[in-house]
Design a binder for this molecule. Structure first.
Ligand code: XMP
Length: 333
């Protein structure tokens, strides 16, 4: 019988040697579990699903079918990186689904944050299920469940209330019954990263900052429009680039841009220029339950402001959110 409690005897994975031993052991387990059957995986490109994909590719090669759903709410270059690393370098069996229109059409005009989250979560499952039904011989579903996810579900089962309805994959329709393959379910995030590096995944992917399931959907505040979403994506890419250059990308736990649905008056080329503000959020935390604000040096903030306001169409101001959690949550929605 499968247990959901990490065995007390399990050593923490802190070195490459320990990660290699873990990988060998999980490869043997997965092979014994799935035999010659196919395994399906929703590959978002996040750390957990990427590590599971790399491990399963090593264990069962093309028997693993990775489905990458681009919901149109990914950050700049993210889907392309999944295709490059998994489709090309690792030669994985990768199905790429561009579902941008499905998601953005459903989200048009919806401004309530919880409604947006529900739509994104539900549609994600439907797109993934549509792909699963097209495939023959799949009996297993691999998931990047990690130990904090299990601890969180135990907490919720005990009746503790969540602030937001987080979405990850789960709850597939009744007609799709798969046995779960969860090779990293007893690992903490730092251990998953050590395993990811031992599997040869790029450092940038393994040490990637957390990115919420609903993606830029909860950062394009209020009702999402394609032009504001594009402005957000471009501004966010500049922020990430400048944090990388300044050596902040691995120092700050999470950093991103949010763009609200308001315009202010500005001036550009001596003419009135109405645009949205780009809001910088840069926080540090251990467990995302509370968070503090990173103090970014002013010259870096000036450069980011200068670049965003001159390079991104539709943005005419840059603001900085100085609110710790509590009282602000990390995301705005
Ligand atoms: P909040 O905004 O609740 O965020 O302070 C805490 C952390 O959770 C991330 N987050 C999500 N992660 N699915 C996820 O996997 C989600 O729906 C989701 N919503 C928020 C957020 O980015 C932060 O790191």
């Amino acid at each position: 019988m499968q247990t959901n409690i990490r065995p007390e005897s399990m050593e923490r994975i802190t070195t490459k040697a320990l990660a290699d031993a873990f990988i060998e052991q999980e490869i043997a387990k997965v092979r014994a579990q799935v035999g010659d059957k196919k395994v399906l995986l929703a590959l978002s490109g996040g750390v957990d699903s990427s590590v599971v994909a790399a491990l399963l590719i090593k264990a069962i090669g093309k028997q693993l079918v990775c489905v990458h759903v681009n919901h149109g709410l990914m950050r700049k270059g993210e889907s392309e990186a999944v295709i490059d690393i998994f489709g090309k370098s690792l030669d994985a069996n990768l199905v790429y689904v561009d579902a941008t229109d499905r998601f953005l059409d459903l989200l048009a005009g919806v401004s309530d944050p919880e409604k947006k989250r529900k739509i994104i979560g539900k549609e994600f499952i439907e797109v993934f299920a549509d792909e699963a039904r097209k495939l023959d011989g799949v009996e297993f579903l691999a998931q990047g469940t990690i130990y904090p996810d299990i601890l969180e579900s135990i907490k919720q089962a005990e009746g503790k209330k969540a602030v937001k309805s987080h979405h990850n994959v789960g709850g597939l329709p009744e007609d799709l019954k798969f046995e779960l393959v969860e090779p990293v379910k007893f690992l903490f995030k730092d251990e998953v990263r050590v395993v990811g590096e031992a599997l040869g995944l790029p450092h940038a992917m393994v040490y990637r900052q957390p990115f919420p399931g609903p993606g830029l959907g909860v950062r394009c505040l209020g009702a999402i429009t394609r032009d504001r979403l594009n402005a957000l994506r471009e501004a966010d890419a500049i922020l990430r680039e400048e944090f990388e250059i300044a050596g902040l990308s691995e120092k700050v736990w999470q950093y991103f841009i949010a763009v609200p649905d308001i315009k202010s008056v500005g001036v550009k080329d001596e003419s009135r220029y109405e645009g949205w503000p780009a809001i910088i959020r840069a926080v540090n935390t251990k467990d995302a339950m509370t968070a503090t604000i990173e103090e970014i040096p002013y010259p870096i903030l000036h450069k980011i402001t200068q670049r965003i306001t001159s390079e991104v169409a539709g943005i005419n101001r840059v603001l900085m959110d100085l609110t710790p959690k509590p009282v602000g949550t990390i995301e705005w929605e």
